[in-house]
Design a protein around this ligand. Structure first.
Ligand code: FEO
Length: 397
């Protein structure tokens, strides 16, 4: 049985969702967890709940520690339903519980659930709530991930309940970073950051600035493993990710119809493959938006390819660019490439429009284009473009 103890009288009571593979579009290859916590003291508090279908499991976990009548506070750090989805059930079961949240969260919860019978205790930044030996204080972290997002800090135990921040969609049997391979946890944290939080780099930086004033021994997020031994590692990664810090990496992604665009992608790849540069190439037929967003986070240069289809883009390329544009990656340089038949101003120019909307530095104002199958000369041009992209990526060192 998993160790759930953070400290004496502070336990994880969440659930592991081994089966989830699509989290509102995010491909969760390794499942997820919805972390909830209990602090037992003179007063007892539950911190966050779980997705609605898992309410029974949360209830079972609570009953291992206490009775419903003894729960005084249910703290909602974040109203998104993966964390608030079981609160209605808890509020019905716990006759003495007050729902603790900030004013924005109260408003949001009232739009998600029927809260008429809920007894709210509204808290503001810096307020303190004593449970007896434990004192909770609250840190508002708007837009990390929703406007009402908040973190809860236990002063005496130096535990930060960080909500989505520092989380991972990562189903594991171990609850702590000492029980799972660190590289796996950091990889999943990177994927989570890229796909959930990348758009909110500035608010997350502000949240981290506030958190840096706290003395922290444990970071307990609302997804994935709990950080104890490796707090410096995850904090340092976040410092890079919040600014999309580019590394010397060229990311090539494309779709192809009759392989002409694939031939161009291969030639760009070969040209970019020089010492000191990481080059990755993805045919979008065989990957997903989640992995491409993750690869984009730290890439210095993007090369995006599509043949022209009906004067526009291949649907897979449009899907990826639409998703990436929403996540607003920063500080990318980019080119567009691809093959066309008779509509020269088609697919490749549509890619350029997306890249400009993403505020990428456009390294070639005209796309690299091939009329039908690329000639040897065109492939040589693609190799030279690849080399130019790699040299640009090296500037990120
Ligand atoms: Fe895990 Fe923004 O909810």
């Amino acid at each position: 049985m998993a160790n759930t103890k953070l400290r004496k009288n502070i336990h994880w009571i969440g659930v592991v969702d081994w089966d989830v593979r699509d989290f509102h579009g995010y491909t969760t290859k390794k499942g997820s967890t919805y972390n909830s916590y209990i602090i037992k003291d003179t007063k007892t508090a539950v911190i966050d709940s779980v997705k609605a279908p898992f309410a029974d499991e949360l209830i079972d976990n609570i009953l291992k520690h206490t009775e419903f009548e003894k729960i005084d506070y249910i703290i909602c750090n974040h109203a998104e339903p993966d964390h608030s989805g079981s609160i209605s059930v808890l509020m019905d079961l716990c006759p003495n519980a007050e729902l603790v949240c900030n004013p924005k969260c109260r408003k949001t919860l009232s739009k998600l659930y029927n809260t008429d019978s809920w007894n709210f205790k509204t808290v503001n930044e810096g307020d303190k709530l004593s449970l007896g030996k434990h004192t909770l204080t609250f840190v508002n972290t708007p837009m990390a991930h929703w406007p009402e997002s908040m973190m809860t800090y236990v002063i005496e135990e130096k535990i930060l309940f960080s909500m989505d921040a520092f989380g991972q969609h990562y189903a594991t049997s171990g609850r702590f970073d000492t029980e799972e391979p660190l590289n796996c946890a950091l990889d999943e944290a990177k994927k989570y950051y890229a796909n959930i939080i990348m758009l909110y780099g500035k608010p997350v930086t502000a949240a981290m600035k506030k958190a840096s004033t706290l003395d922290i021994d444990i970071i307990a997020p609302s997804h994935g493993i709990i950080w104890t031994k490796h707090i410096p590692e995850i904090i340092n990664r976040y410092k890079d990710w919040t600014v999309c810090k580019p590394t010397p990496k060229v990311l090539i992604f494309f779709d192809t119809m009759w392989r002409s665009t694939a031939m161009m992608a291969d030639a760009i790849y070969k040209g970019a493959d020089i010492p000191g540069v990481e080059v990755k190439k993805f045919d979008l037929k065989y990957t997903n938006i989640t992995d491409i967003a993750t690869e984009t986070l730290d890439a210095a240069v993007l090369a995006v390819g599509s043949p022209t289809l009906n004067k526009g883009l291949m649907p897979k390329v449009a899907e990826h660019l639409t998703y990436l544009k929403g996540l607003a990656p920063k500080d990318k340089s980019a080119i567009a490439f691809g093959a066309y038949g008779w509509a020269k101003k088609g697919g490749q120019h549509k890619i350029l429009e997306y890249l400009k909307e993403m505020n990428c530095e456009i390294l070639k104002e005209e796309p690299v284009q091939s009329n039908f199958v690329p000639t040897d000369e065109k492939l040589q041009e693609c190799r030279e473009v690849g080399k130019m992209l790699a040299e640009k990526a090296i500037e990120a060192k």
